[in-house]
Structure formats: structure tokens, C-alpha cells
Design a protein around this ligand. Structure first.
Ligand code: AHG
Ligand code: MN
Ligand code: MN
Length: 331
């Protein structure tokens, strides 16, 4: 039986907000439409370059756009025309984009990383789009940013699309994690992974080993435990360099992904609002955990819309072991 993401969201919405007016599913349809446009452009990126090689333009006469600019424009457009959107925050926009909408219609704030892992595009490696959705706070905030600076625990929904060997849409609205695979023949995301659960323990750890010599000592000890069998199994290392792809594997297979503080990024490289928060919501909904090394990601009060954070995210056994090491070694 085919269940599309629209049907699933509408059903979820009825159970979340009985009698809701369909605004939530209308909002999410903006994201699914934009990501279908993005995936179409990604799948033909090489061709566009070849076509573009004839001059500065491609066969459609468009100026060749970098994919993350295109992805950003697609999301800003598809979401901007939905009147339920009050504010958009994007990795690619220094300032939030606010729409002058009455609070009773403009209810949602959508925060996104339009193209995650963009350095991998040119070598045909999986990339993704990540999104995080909040309700606009009741009290009108004097600072426009303030409305977007909510703790991750306040998210009403979060998810990502991974443009991999297949294109998958994975989301949670606080009642479990659901995965949909794009069926190119009908152009719809179809339910393929119902109620996704992260295994209690996995067999992969995922970290950029090149930065390891500069990780704080507790991280070094923890990596030692993963390598020497202290957690009761030998681990293999997998690092794709696209957060969405590394997380998607961790969600399906278990294990742990780490982006610790490094020499060049002392507070970590990944962004709290549009990378760590949405994935932390998904991880917890699937039975996993996510911290910045000492605090639960979803409890962190953001100070700025582009602030960075260390991120350690994965299944229960690996995360409890990490917590033990951090407690015993950090004082
Ligand atoms: P983005 O392409 O949105 O800037 O994100 C890239 C991030 C993330 O996808 C990945 O986990 C990380 O950069 C990889 O960083 P390193 O190359 O430093 O390991
Ligand atoms: Mn990113
Ligand atoms: Mn990005």
C-alpha cells in the first residue's frame, strides 16, 4: 500500500493537532517540492557543467549556479510562498528572512542547511538538505533573531533529505522517525522505513581522523576505547564527510558520529540550529542520544543563528560510554 509523505504528514497532523487546518502539511509540502527540484539539479549537475562549458550559460540559457545557491533559492522560494511561514533562517543567509505575516497565519519558523556536504558534490558523493521547524513564539520578540533562537527541545518537526544512491526524506514530528524514498516514476516520496529505530549499539565510529591529534584528551581516550574493543566489539571507521550521509548510516546501523572541538574550530565546526538540533531531535526520537560533549544538544539555549557546536551523536551504548569518559576525565 503506497503511503506518500503528504498523506503521512496529514495523518500525523490530525493526531498532533486534531482539527488542524492542514497548515503543517502545506508547510512540509514546500520542503518536499524544493528538495525534488534540488535532487533533479544534483542528478544532472555534471551534464549542466558540460552544457555550460559552451559558454557562461547552460542549454536553458541560465547562468550556471552553484548548487548550494540553487538549493537555497529553491527553499527560500517554495517556503516563502507558503503564508504559514513567518521566518526563514538559512546557512546561506547571514540574516533571517522575515515575512510580514499576521501571527495567526504566519505560525512557523523554518531553519535549514540547503545543501550539506557541498564539498562532495564535485566527486559524486552523497549530499543532503537539513531542516528544523519551530512555532513562532507567542510574544512578539523585539529582536527578529530571538524568535529563531529557541532550544532544540522546542522543535515541532525536523528532518533531512539525503541525495544518495536513492533520494530519501526522513522526518519526525515528535511521534517517531519515518523514512520515505523518492519514486522517480511518480515523483513522490513513498513510505519505505516505518518507525525507524537506531540499534542499541553499532559497529561503526565516524570522525575526521586528521583532526584527532588536537581533540581534547577525553575524546582521545574515548576513541581508544572504540578501537581497543573496550565496548565489547571491534569497530570499523566510516567517514563520508557529508553530515547527513554519516548520520543516515548511524540512524540505520547504529554507532557514533563525532565532530569534536578542533584546532581551527574550538567550539566545533557544525552549526547548532541547522545541523546539530534537527539531527539530535531525530536521534532521540529513534532511541539514540546527542550531546555537545557535556550538554544534551536539545537543551542548549542558542545565542546566535549561525553558532557552532561540538557534536557527538549516536546509539545508546556508544553514547553512554562517551558520557562515562567525559564525566571521569573532565573536571
Ligand atoms: P556544509 O557543506 O553544509 O558546509 O557542511 C559540511 C559539514 C558536514 O556536512 C560534514 O560533516 C563536515 O562539514 C565535514 O567537515 P570536515 O571536512 O572538516 O571533516
Ligand atoms: Mn552542513
Ligand atoms: Mn550547507
Amino acid at each position: 500500500m503506497i503511503v506518500t509523505v503528504q498523506q503521512h504528514i496529514a495523518h500525523q497532523q490530525d493526531s498532533i493537532y486534531p482539527g488542524a487546518s492542514g497548515t503543517f502539511s502545506w508547510l512540509l509540502s514546500g520542503i518536499t517540492l524544493a528538495t525534488k527540484m534540488i535532487q533533479a539539479r544534483i542528478r544532472s549537475a555534471g551534464l549542466l557543467d558540460v552544457a555550460g562549458a559552451a559558454g557562461a550559460t547552460n542549454v536553458q540559457g541560465e547562468v550556471q549556479q552553484k548548487l548550494d545557491v540553487y538549493a537555497n533559492e529553491a527553499l527560500l522560494h517554495c517556503l516563502g510562498v507558503r503564508d504559514t511561514v513567518a521566518i526563514l533562517v538559512s546557512e546561506e543567509n547571514e540574516e533571517p528572512v522575515a515575512f510580514d505575516r499576521a501571527p495567526e497565519t504566519g505560525k512557523y519558523i523554518v531553519i535549514f542547511d540547503p545543501l550539506d556536504g557541498s564539498s562532495n558534490i564535485d566527486v559524486n558523493v552523497s549530499v543532503g538538505t537539513i531542516f528544523s521547524i519551530f512555532l513562532r513564539p507567542e510574544k512578539a520578540s523585539s529582536v527578529r533573531h530571538a524568535a529563531a533562537l529557541q532550544k532544540g527541545a522546542q522543535q515541532v518537526a525536523a528532518g533531512y533529505v539525503v541525495y544518495g544512491s536513492s533520494t530519501m526524506f526522513v522526518y519526525t514530528a515528535g511521534r517517531g522517525v519515518f523514512g520515505f524514498t523518492l519514486d522517480p516514476n511518480i515523483g513522490a516520496f513513498v513510505l519505505s522505513h516505518d518507525k525507524m529505530r537506531m540499534p542499541d549499539q553499532g559497529q561503526y565510529y565516524s570522525v575526521n581522523e586528521a583532526n584527532a591529534p588536537n581533540f581534547p584528551a577525553p575524546y582521545q581516550s574515548y576513541l581508544g576505547q572504540l578501537r581497543d574493543g573496550s565496548l565489547g566489539r571491534t569497530y570499523s571507521s566510516r567517514y563520508i564527510g557529508s553530515l547527513v550521509a554519516d548520520f543516515h548510516r548511524t540512524l540505520l546501523k547504529g554507532g557514533v558520529f563525532l565532530y569534536p572541538p578542533t584546532k581551527s574550530h574550538s567550539s566545533g565546526k557544525l552549526r547548532l540550529l541547522y545541523e546539530a538540533n534537527p539531527l539530535a531531535f531525530l536521534a532521540e526520537q529513534a532511541g539514540g542520544l546527542a550531546t555537545d560533549g557535556s550538554r544534551r544538544i536539545l537543551d542548549i539555549q542558542p545565542e546566535g543563528i549561525h553558532q557552532r557546536t561540538p557534536l557527538v551523536i549516536g546509539s545508546r551504548v556508544e553514547m553512554e560510554a562517551f558520557d562515562r569518559v567525559m564525566r571521569s576525565e573532565s573536571h
